[in-house]
Design a protein. Structure first.
Length: 540
């Protein structure tokens, strides 16, 4: 854009110079016309007055005619050049406008808001005021784009910009930073931050109302982060960054709200970024390893299998819980590689365990959006040589809510290979019974939030009992998660629940810990005799 403006300016300068030269030629032609014309006219008048029939000065007359033609041509050229200069000036103005403004909303763009924002901060210092910078991100805007197309999305942005402008002070800076991200800035009295609060509340309220975009009724909301120059930073760059951090905090807290920037938010963001960077290295290094939680048959007390859990064996921080890194893996898209790595390690380790032991693996809702997920899991099973019949995939109800047809396709491919399917966290989703009908589940797992509280909460006990009866009526075995003491175990046995897992039966074990446990219980497959191995090699 800068080079385009430079070219426009150069062309305008050359056109102005040509206009000046043409004007100078016209002036010279007029002066010449005056000089020649006076001679021709005085000669003509003399002949008329004296009735003289003297010879006409033809060269002089011809020069006069040519001079008149030159004046007319010069004037036309001068006018054309003037129009060209005006057009180029307008084009330059349009180019400057495009360089400074977002063409869709008319708001400032990212570059120009930096310039004008710096001027606003400087003005605030001169007047003894403070600047409030608000970062505004529209919630659910992507859904509108996906459902109705970009034309409706653009129409919605225009309407939102108008509504936003109406909720701000008259002289506020407004900018569209890109997509559905906006920023605004205005002066306020540092001793009266309630003014900023009222403006933020007004914007949140306005953004939550239904909008009409090209005849489509759209429902969105806004997450807003606020930074102030007298506390959070004296430069527009710092204020924009601080307000952006606060905006993400508002979005993380549930959206449709605003949040003031706090230094703790930045520390949390830095810790998250460090976690993300470490995670990108940890997955290929296999620092994320499987741990195994025992699953017990309540009727016999027999070990029936394990649920695979992820743990990060960090080289300096020790063992990191999945609650700290799984959400980051999901947000960044690393969850697919992480999950497949965990499966590969778990299946490889469990090949020589007792063949009756089942390995249960959780699938993230993010993974279930992958149309090739079933093929990827089957590939890991094939490459590790782990029997598909000993693999149980656990899917949460919330994962099914996003795209049930895709989930049905994925599940169908896995079931065709003999993989088992469990509905995890049952009772916490949106429509449990509908999901039980839609997919061929082999097992129901009761969410641990109900199990751990069933001895203290009548409601939780009633829910666990209802799920147990439902499983019995549908001929679906039920597993209870979160068993932490003997009282809970006893109540589950009375309810007829088949399996259970939880810390009451032991903490999750590493691969080495599981091998020790299975060795003690003689549940490791005996190695093949040396002569059999030799004969198989020779036969191969």
């Amino acid at each position: 854009m800068d080079s385009e403006q430079t070219n426009l300016g150069g062309r305008r300068l050359r056109a102005s110079q040509a206009e000046l030269m043409t004007g100078a030629v016209c002036v010279a032609a007029i002066l010449l016309f005056v000089g020649i014309g006076s001679s021709v006219l005085s000669s003509a008048l003399d002949r008329l007055v004296n009735n003289s029939s003297g010879p006409v000065d033809h060269p002089l007359t011809l020069a006069l005619i040519l001079n008149v033609a030159l004046i007319l041509l010069g004037w036309r050229r001068h006018r054309a050049l003037r129009e060209e200069v005006e057009e180029r000036a307008a084009a330059e103005e349009r180019a400057h406008m495009l360089a400074a403004r977002d063409p869709l909303t008319g708001f400032l763009n990212r570059r120009s808001v930096m310039e004008q924002g710096a001027a606003l901060v400087s003005r605030a210092l001169q007047r003894g005021k403070a600047v409030a910078v608000l970062a505004i991100d529209l919630d659910h805007f992507k859904t509108v784009n996906d459902m109705h197309g970009h034309a409706v999305g653009d129409a919605l942005l225009r309407v939102v910009a108008q509504e936003m402008e109406g909720g701000l002070p008259p002289n506020a800076l407004t900018a569209r930073l890109g997509g559905d991200e906006f920023a605004c800035g205005f002066l306020f009295d540092s001793g009266n931050p309630d003014v900023v609060v009222r403006i933020a509340e007004r914007l949140v309220s306005r953004m939550a109302q239904p909008f009409d975009a090209d005849g489509i009724r759209c429902h969105i909301s806004a997450s807003i982060g606020i930074a102030r120059s007298d506390i959070d930073g004296a430069s527009i760059e710092t204020l924009l960054r601080a307000s952006d951090i606060a905006m993400y905090a508002a979005k993380k807290s549930g959206k449709n709200r605003f949040a003031w920037f706090d230094a703790a938010m930045e520390r949390e963001l830095q810790a998250r970024n460090e976690m993300e960077s470490g995670l990108r290295l940890a997955i290929p290094r296999q620092e994320i390893v499987p741990y195994f939680e025992q699953q017990i048959d309540l009727a016999t007390g027999r070990l029936t299998g394990f649920e695979v859990l992820a743990r990060w064996e960090h080289p300096t921080r020790g063992l990191i819980s999945p609650e700290a890194f799984i959400p980051i893996a999901e947000e960044t898209g690393m969850i697919a590689d992480l999950s497949l790595s965990i499966m590969r390690q778990a299946f490889t380790a469990a090949r020589d365990w007792d063949p009756d032991l089942v390995i249960s693996v959780n699938i993230s809702p993010w993974q279930l959006r992958d149309a090739w997920l079933a093929q990827k899991i089957i590939k890991v099973l094939t490459e590790t040589g782990f029997p598909a019949q000993r693999c149980e995939i656990e899917i949460t109800e919330t994962a099914l809510f996003d795209n049930l047809p895709l989930a049905q396709s994925t599940v169908g491919s896995l079931k065709n290979q003999g993989v088992r399917l469990a509905l995890d966290d049952f009772g916490t989703g949106y429509s449990s019974l509908a999901h039980l009908r839609a997919l061929p589940f082999d097992r129901i797992k009761i969410d641990k939030s109900f199990v751990t509280s069933m001895t203290e909460s009548v409601d939780s006990a009633a829910i666990v009992g209802a799920i147990a009866r439902l499983g019995e009526s549908l001929n679906l075995p039920v597993t209870a998660e979160g068993v932490e003491d003997g009282d809970i175990q006893d109540r589950l046995v009375v309810l007829g629940i088949a399996k259970a897992q939880g810390w009451f039966f032991g903490k999750p074990l590493s691969i080495a810990g599981v091998r020790r446990l299975l060795s003690e219980r003689r549940m490791l497959a005996a190695p093949a005799p040396a002569e059999d191995v030799t004969s198989r090699r020779l036969a191969g």
